[in-house]
Design a protein around this ligand. Sequence first.
Ligand SMILES: C[S@@+](CC[C@H](N)C(=O)[O-])C[C@H]1O[C@@H](n2cnc3c(N)ncnc32)[C@H](O)[C@@H]1O
Length: 237
Amino acid sequence: MSHAPHALGSRNVLRPHQAELFPDDTLKHRVARAICAANCLPRKEFYEAWEVARRVRRRHRGGRVWDLAAGHGVLAALLLILDDSSPEAVCVDRRRPPSQTKVLAALEARWPRLAGRVRFVEADLSSWGQAPAEVGDAPSEGDLVVSAHACGPLTDVVLQRATAAGARVAVLPCCHDKRRCEVPSFAPWLPVDVAIDIARVTRLEAQGYAVHTQQIPAAVTPKNRLIIAAPAHRTLS
Ligand SMILES: C[S@@+](CC[C@H](N)C(=O)[O-])C[C@H]1O[C@@H](n2cnc3c(N)ncnc32)[C@H](O)[C@@H]1O
């Protein structure tokens, strides 16, 4: 059967009939078919979450997952699907998308072990996680903090929350805005978005983190630089 080109970065919703685009018995295709059944998730969000999750899980197993600026929380759910040794995933966003429960229910229908292990907290990240917290209320050492496309300086808030806790972290930054983001002195030599991300990497390293930089496919998103970091002492053990 021939198909129209399947634009990976399209914002069109994956519909139930498009499950036929994912016929294989691979984990990626099984997840995609479940997402199609949910009938509400933009295609781009599935591919972004998948590409980030599999790269993160190659480096970091286990730990409570915190998906900050989570949107539908697909990244959180995928991290549990890819590694069942994480006890739970907490999604934090200032607004819970109305279809978030639909997406999660579709994934739970296929992976019942997710049930009760992905929770959603509606909170503004500018204040969330700063006050002393009970374990489970905010990231702690050994946890894994992730964020896909936390816009502009929100990525820096995510990095700050993770490093303050000594947690592992992975971010896919977007919306580099030189009026709102911290712009390094060397920015005039480089495209400003690259300069801002390099400064993020050097800050992490100065904080004692070992950093791995990667890119997810540009066909999925042009904002495709992935920063994966962990306290250096953890990567040595
Ligand atoms: C571009 S979306 C990314 C959503 C999701 N991570 C993804 O990859 O599809 C940015 C998200 O950040 C959330 N957000 C923006 N500002 C926020 C804030 N101050 N506190 C918490 N969430 C925020 C928005 O509600 C939105 O869901």
